[in-house]
Design a protein around this ligand. Structure first.
Ligand code: HEM
Ligand code: HEM
Length: 174
């Protein structure tokens, strides 16, 4: 089924979730640029897609939020004991998924460069530094660490549901 039900997430939600999870993990490879200034196999192949994949993720998160909003009345419910925490955790993940590409773009633009995902010039660089853009853009790295912590916690919780609580929460996203 493509739409969500009270029992499980539908095909569209699952494609969004796992497709974006894959792309976000790919984006984390940018941390490897800290080794040898990115002059190694990871830096020169997978990481060279960073701006393109990051921009694609911004489009995907907007579409995903619209979809989630449309499905809000027919989605699986959270265990009432942890519902507030689970909801807050998911909202924070979504917030970071929006802030990451925006701060990344501002970092690039703030340095005067254009943002050209997949070779398409989305925003033209000014050629000079822009202080406020650099200030917001400098949040990109701390936000990346925050997202990494959130994702590790999120995966940990999914595994606790599956192996400890055995309540089927993981299955409804599979
Ligand atoms: C969800 C989307 C994104 C994620 C998860 C992400 C993640 C990351 C990570 C993990 C780093 C390494 C940070 C560090 O070593 O401290 C990084 C750096 C960077 N990202 Fe992103 N990023 C995303 C989107 C973007 C976008 C859309 C752009 C630009 C249009 C961008 C531009 C950059 C740049 C220029 C750096 C290097 C910053 C520096 O040298 O200090 N990122 N990103
Ligand atoms: C970068 C990686 C990931 C991101 C950004 C992410 C993000 C999210 C978000 C935002 C939701 C809330 C969905 C909604 O209500 O609309 C969610 C749900 C979920 N995720 Fe992830 N996820 C990631 C990786 C994973 C992994 C690796 C697993 C499994 C080990 C997983 C398991 C789940 C499960 C089971 C749910 C449903 C939770 C529930 O219904 O209470 N996620 N994920």
């Amino acid at each position: 089924m493509s739409i969500d039900t009270k029992e499980r997430y539908g095909k569209i939600t699952r494609i969004f979730h796992w497709g974006m999870a894959f792309l976000v993990l790919w984006q984390f490879l940018k941390f490897f640029d800290r080794i040898g200034d990115g002059e190694h196999w990871v830096g020169e192949t997978l990481v060279s897609w960073h701006v393109s994949i990051g921009s694609l993720l911004l489009l995907l998160v907007i579409l995903r939020l619209i979809w989630a909003f449309k499905q809000k009345d027919n989605r699986p419910e959270h265990d009432p004991a942890v519902a507030t925490l689970a909801r807050a955790g998911h909202r924070l993940l979504y917030t970071l998924l929006i802030l990451m590409p925006i701060s990344g773009m501002l970092y690039v633009l703030g340095n005067g460069y254009s943002v050209s995902p997949f070779g398409i010039e989305l925003f033209t660089g000014s050629g000079t530094e822009t202080a406020w853009m650099l200030t917001v853009g400098s949040l990109h790295s701390p936000l990346a660490w925050a997202l990494l912590v959130m994702v590790i916690g999120h995966i940990g919780m999914a595994l606790v549901h599956h192996f400890v609580k055995k309540d089927g929460v993981l299955q409804r996203m599979l």
